[in-house]
Each structure stands twice: as C-alpha cells, then as structure tokens.
Design a protein around this ligand. Sequence first.
Ligand code: PHE
Length: 338
Amino acid sequence: MGVFEEIDAKLSALEEAAKREWSEAPAAERENVRLRYLGRKGSLNAILRGLKDLQPEDRRTVGERANQIKDTLTALFGDSEPVGDTQLSPGYDYTLPGRPRPRGKRHILTQTMDEVMDIFYGMGFEIADGPEIETEYYNFSALNFPPDHPARDMQDTFFLNDEYLMRTHTSPVQVRVFERQRPPVRILAPGRSYRHEAINARSYCVFHQVEGFFVDVDVSFGDLKGILLAFAMEYFGSDAKLRFRPSFFPFTEPSTEVDVVCLLCGGKGCPICKHEGWLEILGAGMIDPAVFAAVDYDPKVFSGYAFGMGMERIAMLKHGIDDIRLFYENDLRFLRQF
Ligand code: PHE
C-alpha cells in the first residue's frame, strides 16, 4: 500500500470513528470529541500535516477528501453547538408588545417659564439673566433701598457673608443691564430668587420670578398696563381681568401690585382666593429716578416701567395647584399631570 492509499484509509477510518464517537458521547462530552477531531491539534490536522510527503496530484486528491470530511464533521458537530445569547429560544412569544420606556418631560415650572418667555418674546422683549449670588449693592443699594430697610434684614435675606447674599428678587438684573446698555432696553429676566421665609402652602425659601422692564423716551404707566393685560389675556385666557392696587417699592414710583381675577370662581370668592375673588401675581411700577441716577441714565430724557412676576403663583392659578411645596418635592404623581 502506497503513502496515498495509507492516508486515504486513515481518513475514512477517522470519519467513521468521529461520527460514531459523536453519536455516542453525552452532550457534556461532545466538545471534547469536536476538539479531538477538528481542533488545531486534532487528528484531522495531524493527517493533513502528512500531506507534504505526497506527490503533487495525490496531494490534491487527498486534500479535497480531507476538506470534505472536515465540512461534514463541522456540519454534524455544529448541529448541537450550545445555544448562544443571540439565538431565540423556541418558547419566545414574538407577538408580545415591547416594554414601555419611561419618557421624561419638562417640569411644570420650566414649562411655565418657557410659555411666559414666549409671550413676551412675541412682544419684542429680549431675554437676559444675572447671578443668583448677588452683592448687597445690586440687590439693594442700587435699587434705592435705604440702609435700614427691613427687607435687608437677616429675617428676609440669606446672607452669605458681609458682601454676598442670595438675591431676594430678579430686580438686580435691571441694574446690571442698565450698566451695560443704553436705552431703548426691553428685557425679560427669568430666574430663581431666595427668601428666608417660613415655609408653608403659599411661600417657599426659593421661587421663580420673571422680571420685565422697558426704558425709552416717553414710556408711560399706560404702556405698563397695556403690556400686562395683553400678557394676562394670552396666558390665562381672553376673559382674564387685572386689578392694579397702589403699593410701594423703593425702586419704582408710582408702584403697584397687580391681581388677576380668580380663575376658579370668576371673582365671586372661593377658598383658593381666600374669598377675595382676586389673586396677586406681580409687583410693578415706573422705574424710580434714583435707579436711573445710579446707572447714569438721564431721568429727564428717559422713563421706564418694570414688573416682577411670580412663576409659581401664576402656575398655581392656571392649573389649580393649592400648595407651592408641590413644585419642589419631585413627586412624579404630581409632575406627570402637566
Ligand atoms: N422685585 C419686586 C419683588 O420681588 C417686584 C417688582 C419688580 C416690583 C419690578 C416693581 C418692579 O417683590
């Protein structure tokens, strides 16, 4: 028997032995069978290594035969490859609906601020902001608060040290804008404000305000009333009514506090408006000449109005929310309603 016949016989024996062992081996043993025959150091490769001793044409014939056996065995062994992660188990129900993915949404306060900004943006206001940590100067002195004004008291203000405090309102943004811009200025400045107050259903230590102001030649109180009414009708609905009450702020003269007719009772009186029929939503007025003096605007040439509106307040009114603390508790059952 020549080398060729010898190898050919070996191959046939190998194929038969491999098939038999495979069919007899328990599942746990099969990987070993596979390695023994097809592995890098397996018997098939050992035979193939002997090919180099053959005549070129014999080598081709034997080579083809060896590859055939390799394919046959690979297909056979492959049949019971362990089931991988990517394979679907037979019991899989393809008609099941997908798992729902939770979707986030914007906080009701963010939605409210965006809506308010949109309305004023449509009326020609530009957006500005200022720092929440303010100096005593911008928060009080430049706004004409006398040195002994009660609002400066530790009772109302979070002081950080002698110079810095958490701003108690967004009005300091007025001064910051006036310092770097000459009239006409028409600005909306939304942001957080902080007050050292007892926390209850109507007040919280942090809240959101939107400051609006317009300075130009010949700006009048009538312009202020007009813009606020236009806003209220847009935000609350076309039957919104406003009431202007005389008030006092060191940085406006004259000053006013503005109420909107209670949406829940239409002004008749109910628990939400404490049977008043009206709810306060903002403070406003004509900018005091003392503020202009601090930023070098000539009060004989320019006049302007300013207003500061509480975001929580208007959101509570519009959506019938009866406790300001709900905005800050991050209870999803509350937040998901908006
Ligand atoms: N800053 C005032 C407050 O927080 C509101 C206000 C703003 C009043 C602008 C007049 C003008 O109460």
